[in-house]
Write a protein that binds this ligand. Structure first.
Ligand code: ZN
Ligand code: ZN
Length: 276
């Protein structure tokens, strides 16, 4: 578990192997590459794209919840992959013999959906080798319209009786998750850059894989982040999807050495203790 500016995030993320970011407070996960036991506890999974290291664990997630008699999970998938997703589960129903119940929510870049009261998610386009989308999660609350601030209670009551809407919806971006992406995708999404927290894939940290090679694979290189350091307004950045070639101590040392001072104190590498 890591504390990302007051929000607990659990799970695992190793580039090409498996990614599963669990947000227990919101009872959801982003991607299930393989299915960690903890992920079974969350009923909602949002998938960024259909590469195996991000979606490979979905049947395990669905079947384990059914076995434990938990409510059917809800899967949010990129609209372009929704039909293939349905067929995939269909084949597994035939193989497994189980019902594998689930609810599907199709979401395309630019579309949003309320996940639970006060929590909305919007998808945005993430340029990658496969169709991919990032997500921005908003805390939504009703706030008295500013022009009514300080108005006497009987006036507010009268307006309310007359059918007037006294509040407006305030949407605060609490978390953005990049998916696998070129940095351009994040830079083109202002709410990802101003979200309180940004989980950003940074697969490569030094010249062992060059930026050009990283871009060819549709991934972010640390050089890209350094070049655009001023763009990030986030209170905390969680670096995910780090290549398995970096040992945790080595990754920490490279980040400490290479990150500009303006970012250093805000970056948390997602390196679970089992990789230490
Ligand atoms: Zn990946
Ligand atoms: Zn990928």
């Amino acid at each position: 578990m890591v504390d990302v500016a007051g929000l607990a995030i659990e799970g695992v993320s190793v580039g090409g192997h498996e990614t599963c970011l669990i947000v227990p407070t919101w009872k959801l996960a982003i991607d299930v590459g393989r299915c960690p036991r903890r992920a079974v506890n969350v009923g909602t999974v949002l998938f960024t794209h259909a590469h195996a290291d991000h979606m490979g664990g979905v049947i395990h997630h669905c079947a384990t919840r059914a076995m434990l008699r938990m409510p059917p999970p809800r899967y949010v998938v990129p609209r372009v992959k929704a039909d293939a997703f349905r067929r995939h589960v269909e084949v597994w129903r035939e193989l497994d013999g189980g019902a594998l119940p689930y609810e599907l929510v199709e979401l395309a870049p630019g579309e949003d959906v309320e996940l639970r009261r006060g929590l909305r998610v919007r998808a945005y386009h993430a340029p990658h080798r496969a169709p991919c989308q990032g997500y921005v999660f908003y805390d939504e609350r009703e706030k008295l319209r500013p022009e009514l601030d300080g108005a006497p209670a009987d006036e507010l009551a009268a307006r309310r009786r007359a059918g007037e809407r006294l509040t407006e919806t305030l949407a605060v971006p609490e978390l953005a998750v990049s998916g696998d992406t070129l940095l351009e995708g994040v830079l083109a999404c202002p709410d990802a850059l101003r979200a309180r927290r940004l989980a950003l894939e940074v697969s490569f940290l030094d010249e062992r894989v060059t930026p050009a090679q990283a871009h060819e694979m549709g991934h972010v290189h640390l050089d890209d982040v350094i070049a655009h350091a001023d763009a990030f307004e986030n209170e905390a950045l969680l670096f995910t999807h780090l290549s398995a070639r970096y040992r945790p101590a080595e990754a920490r040392a490279l980040l400490a050495e290479r990150l500009p001072a303006s970012l250093r104190g805000r970056v948390i590498p997602f390196l679970p203790p089992w990789r230490a």
